[in-house]
Design a protein around this ligand. Sequence first.
Ligand SMILES: [Zn+2]
Length: 206
Amino acid sequence: MSLVSLMQIVYEQIVPAKEPWSRVIAAHDVLVITDLEGQQAVDFLCYDANDLTDRYSTMNTVKVQGNVYVGLNTVLYSDSGTALMTVIEDSVGRHDTIYGCCSTANNRLRYGVETTETCYANFERALAEHGLGKDAIVSNVNWFMSVPVLADGSAGIAQAELQPNSHVSLRAETDVLAVLSNCPEMHNPCNGYNPTPIKVTVCRKA
Ligand SMILES: [Zn+2]
């Protein structure tokens, strides 16, 4: 039985395909992100809600665990070394945190196309609601996205073929502002070329 099935649901929402979402998660609450239809990347940032200048640090997270992938028991650390969130359930096993989010610049550089729907633009929209600008966008976590790093150092987005209802559960270790983009990318296989809705649920100990 999953840990969160014993908890009380205090918030639940569907995030439509291609849309951003954000919410402050109280310390000890658990944020569950569910990939409803499968193969949908979710770009994710988090901040200390009591000091929004202290944000998720890929560098600290990767160094502390000594591994470039995010998965069960990974602690998401901030710039200051504060534990922001811990992965307490993971039906997938391996998520990316080195490849960053899709952006107009990325799509131009990698695919030679000009786009307006990007995770970067979604982050800007969501962050503006909390008084933050694009300087708050840092290297993020990509839930449900597979970026294998090979022995020669090469890396790239792989077709993940994740099952519907794949999910991760993140326990807030302090009050956390969670910001995500339900990735709209159409130029690589991270969403199977078909962006779909996800579900966000906040659970609390009953
Ligand atoms: Zn994206």
